[in-house]
Design a protein around this ligand. Structure first.
Ligand code: SER
Length: 321
């Protein structure tokens, strides 16, 4: 990776990945793009930033040529709950953007990364220790686009030799940028509400287990996967990755170690609960460990300690103030 273009750079993953890639590969070697250009953003102001609508193939190609890009990191997409509300738009944006990105990667021989998700699984998928290769058949539009993306990634690798790589991300917990309408967002919201109100009402029900990961591990693993020798990658599109399998009450218990009076209640949203129940409880990550050394550093306790600390530093007020 010498000259990297990122789409969706202002999103939950992009905002932290851009900063990290600028540190590691040099500010001048990272071209951050998004569909909007807010004035007060680090991503916009601390390096190269270009407006890009990923459904505009010509503009995408122009940027790849102008900056002599060799690596394409495609993050622009709608998350699961928003995609369920706007399925036609989700297909147009998630698949249209992906096809454009893969095509430009084929034409210019770029190394390519795009995230898949635990959303690529469905109700017929084994729920526990979900294997790397198993039944998928998702029942959400988000999942349909993710499975299609995995298959297209393999197709472009086998047919055209594009060096495509991907992971099935679990819910990502982060303090820099909020996720944009996912099913796993409760695991982010709960920390903000813990600090603001010492209480949280969860839209995901008690006992609903999903895989999660703290953003520093997610950013680290993208670099690790992209730097791994190509010949080691058998399951390249896409690896199961996770750092913990948790339900809302587990996060509440971890917060109570810091705020003993923290209260969790439930007001379950049937749409997002339905999506969550169609996904696995806990996926098997052994292929990622064996093929490129995946090894997350944050468990629930460590993530909780850091989230509360970082959000306080950001000025999210503690309930006791
Ligand atoms: N966090 C994502 C979502 O909930 C899962 O990929 O949509």
């Amino acid at each position: 990776m010498k000259k990297i273009l990122i789409t969706g750079a202002l999103g939950q993953i992009g905002s932290e990945l851009t900063t990290k890639l600028r540190e590691v590969y040099g500010t001048e070697n990272v071209i951050a793009t998004d569909i909007r250009q807010p004035e007060d953003s680090k991503v916009v102001n601390d390096g190269i930033f270009e407006i890009l609508d990923v459904t505009d193939a010509e503009r995408m190609k122009e940027l790849v040529e102008t900056y002599a890009i060799d690596t394409f990191i495609h993050l622009a997409a709608l998350l699961s709950a928003v995609a369920e509300a706007k399925p036609q738009l989700a297909w147009t944006l998630n698949m249209g953007g992906l096809v454009n990105a893969l095509e430009v990667s084929r034409e210019f021989n770029l190394k390519f990364f795009t995230p898949s998700s635990i959303g690529a699984f469905g109700p017929q998928t084994p729920k526990n220790q979900t294997p790397q290769v198993t039944i998928q058949r998702p029942t959400t539009m988000y999942g349909v686009t993710k499975v299609s993306g995995e298959l297209l990634g393999d197709y472009y690798y086998q047919k055209f030799g594009v060096d495509t790589r991907s992971v099935r991300f679990p819910g990502l917990v982060s303090y820099e940028t909020l996720p944009g309408g996912g099913t796993t967002d409760y695991a982010v919201d709960i920390y903000y509400e813990a600090l603001k109100n010492n209480a949280y009402t969860s839209f995901i029900g008690e006992g609903t287990y999903m895989d999660m990961m703290y953003m520093p591990d997610a950013v680290e693993l993208i670099i690790q996967l992209m730097e791994a020798p190509s010949e080691q990658l058998i399951n390249r599109n896409a690896y199961n990755v996770s750092a913990m399998s948790i339900a809302p009450e587990d996060v509440a218990a971890a917060i109570q170690k810091h705020q003993p009076d923290f209260k969790l209640s439930y007001d379950v949203d049937p749409v997002r609960q339905g999506i969550a129940e169609s996904w696995p409880n806990a996926i098997d990550t052994s292929a990622a460990q064996e093929e490129w050394g995946f090894s997350p550093q944050y468990d629930l306790a460590r993530m909780t300690e850091d989230m509360l600390k970082q959000l306080k530093n950001k000025g999210i007020l503690s309930y006791s103030h």
